[in-house]
Design a protein around this ligand. Structure first.
Ligand SMILES: Cc1cc2nc3c(=O)[nH]c(=O)nc-3n(C[C@H](O)[C@H](O)[C@H](O)COP(=O)(O)OP(=O)(O)OC[C@H]3O[C@@H](n4cnc5c(N)ncnc54)[C@H](O)[C@@H]3O)c2cc1C
Ligand code: SF4
Length: 579
């Protein structure tokens, strides 16, 4: 194979960003994407895309789990079993990755999120953080990332109200688009929140409000709140996705090749183990190919990034017994809750009107360190939001817990509640802990005989406290919406992590950013400490999770590193930070 300057593993959000940045810099770039090629036309065309069974239940756009998955257990010592049916999280596959079927809530991290250990130690004292909680600062400030949050908002055409969220970090520019008016469920939420003294604001939405042209000259169309956002590709060029914002300008570039159905199985190293020489992949015909490259960009989503590093022998694997090693360390997730209001028939929600993010409203008072944690005794918090992603017939029918689950009783409950209910959700942060980590499964392998990733994860007391507190606040807002009745789904001590229920695809950690090689896999420029010509992008770099959707931060970290790669690494090579 002819050598290339850079090989990129994965063509989702981070892969597309890096393909643009590196080809702009004049490099010859090869993208290897394990899934098929997909574009708005013909793959997301209406009405075929509005097929809930095919896409949101059977997961046509998602990673096929029969060939490759992850094994999961709650604690060390247990036998992990493969995640064979989609539940808790959904992995992307093919052009756009999970970015093709995401929702488009595009948040900036709170400035406090990036220096969490310092903030809590300064404000509440060192003892406030439990001994087994392994949270750490990023070593990058919000101010350094701000230009890149701003740039990604312009690329995706985010709609929002600058200053609407009183807790947001300082921004250099307003949002590029005005927000969509709130849909009815968000209006009721916002009114109730205001009555309780909060300042609700529109969720920052990468669902375009109007005709919009991004800085790359790519045009998006207005979202019509079709209700087929989450789990689907957008047929209207309205939802920001790699294929609606970045990939159109990459098509036809002579210094870019994209090979689909190309499954990378390892990054190849030279005999010193300190230099990547390329990657090994299985091509569309099942043939093993070695591709030489001067630089490797790992952009294959959080879990796959960690697996690839472990398979390739890059960085020391984390050992939960000794606490030594870094690859696989600090896996974290999110803890969500829902509070559903059931109204009488005079309140008609039109639930089929919905979008991944447009028309939604939120409050941020109980997220990050936006409130005094001293008396509550937990770390972290949750963003609280309301809206509707749609009212699809199979999975989007909220019913009270005592409603029959089948038969004529179920039908009459659906008839009674379908058009008259709305939900408020919390998106809670999850901290990292010594005994929550990722490693290679000793037993299970993928369809090519390569070991699967093993996840060891369950909730800790800190997160039960966090969700009890934030969900109670959400419940108060729902009560103030004056429904006939209300139900809440909140995890409580004793409830283990349940992989069968969708929670969020906001998995984080395992290849974290930090200040030195003993506490992290990557330096502040997402460069591997151990193999400096390997860069890793995705939420694998988060040292703990946040109470927002992650992609705004994922992209800002990617653009931040890309700027340094272009200004320095491409000229000097080698380590960008000397520990
Ligand atoms: C239903 C859903 C809703 C979401 N909603 C939101 C939201 O509202 N806001 C938000 O911030 N985030 C949201 N997310 C998360 C968001 O999609 C991800 O944060 C984002 O896509 C991550 O980008 P990435 O580049 O790291 O990975 P991806 O976009 O997933 O791209 C990774 C790519 O790598 C490829 N790949 C993996 N392994 C290999 C291999 N071995 N060889 C070759 N290619 C490989 C995959 O096929 C994939 O195409 C949502 C996710 C889902 C599933
Ligand atoms: S709700 Fe809007 S952004 Fe989402 S798929 Fe429909 S038209 Fe596209």
């Amino acid at each position: 194979m002819k050598p290339v300057d850079a090989v990129i593993i994965g063509y989702g959000w981070t892969g597309a960003i890096m393909a643009k940045e590196l080809t702009d810099a004049g490099l010859s770039v090869l993208v290897l994407e394990r899934g098929p090629e997909r574009d708005t036309a013909p793959d997301f065309e209406y009405p075929r895309i509005a097929d809930e069974l095919k896409y949101a239940v059977r997961g046509d756009l998602w990673q096929p789990l029969a060939g490759e998955t992850v094994t999961i257990r709650h604690k060390p010592g247990e036998i992990a079993v493969p995640y064979r049916q989609y539940g808790s999280f959904i992995l992307g596959n093919g052009t756009g990755g999970a970015g093709a079927h995401w929702n488009g809530q595009q948040w900036r991290a709170s400035p406090n999120d990036l220096r969490i250990r310092s903030v809590y130690e300064e404000r509440y004292g060192k003892k406030f953080i439990p001994d087994d909680m392994s949270i750490q600062d990023y070593g990058i400030s919000y101010e350094e990332l701000e230009p890149y949050f701003d740039h990604f908002e312009k690329v995706t055409g985010v709609a929002g109200t600058a200053g609407g969220n009183p807790f947001e970090g300082k921004r250099s520019n307003p949002f590029p688009q005005q927000p969509m008016p709130p849909i009815l469920s968000s209006q009721l939420f916002a009114k109730a929140a205001r009555e309780l003294g909060y300042q609700p604001f529109p969720v920052p939405a990468a669902n375009s409000t109007a005709a919009y042209t991004n800085p790359y000259g790519v045009r998006m169309g207005p979202c019509n709140l079709c209700g087929y956002c989450e789990g689907f590709g957008c047929f209207l060029y309205s939802k920001a996705a790699p294929q609606t914002t970045i990939i159109p300008v990459l098509k036809g570039r002579s210094n870019l090749q994209v090979r689909h159905n190309s499954y990378v199985t390892r990054i190849l190293l030279d005999s010193s183990g300190k230099l990547a020489t390329g990657v090994r992949y299985i091509d569309a015909n099942g043939k093993q190919v070695d591709q030489p490259a001067a630089m490797v960009v790992l952009a294959s989503f959080q879990m796959n990034n960690v697996r690839m590093l472990l398979l390739s022998g890059i960085g020391k694997p984390y050992d939960p017994v000794t606490g030594k090693g870094v690859v696989g360390k600090n896996y974290a997730y999110q803890m969500v809750s829902s509070s559903t209001a059931f109204f009488d028939e005079s309140v008609n929600m039109n639930p089929f009107i919905g979008a991944g993010a447009a028309g939604q409203q939120a409050i941020d008072d109980y997220n990050a360190d936006h409130f005094d944690h001293g008396k509550h005794g937990f770390v972290g918090g949750a963003m609280i939001f309301a809206g509707a992603t749609g009212g699809r017939p199979i999975v989007q029918m909220p019913l009270p817990p005592d409603a029959p689950r089948w038969g004529s009783g179920w039908k009459s409950a659906v008839r009674k509640h379908y058009a008259h209910s709305s939900s408020v959700a919390t998106m809670g942060s999850v901290m990292s802990y010594r005994d929550r980590y990722l490693d290679l499964d000793p037993t299970y392998r993928d369809a090519h005989g390569v070991p699967l990733l093993r996840m060891t994860f369950d909730w800790h007391p800190n997160e039960y406290k966090m969700t009890a507190f934030t969900s109670a606040r959400a419940g108060e807002i729902v009560s103030a919406m004056k429904p006939q009745r209300m139900s809440q789904h909140i995890l409580k001590p004793g409830d283990s992590y349940d992989v069968r229920v969708y929670q969020s695809t906001h998995n984080t950690g395992g290849a974290i950013i930090g200040t030195n090689p003993s506490n992290s896999v990557l330096n502040r420029y997402s460069q591997c400490w151990d193999v400096p010509n390997v860069f890793v992008f995705g939420a694998s770099s988060f040292p703990q999770n946040i109470g927002y959707n992650p992609t705004g931060l994922v992209a800002a970290l990617t653009y931040f590193a890309a700027a340094k790669i272009r200004s320095t690494y491409l000229k000097t090579g080698g380590a960008l930070v000397h520990a």
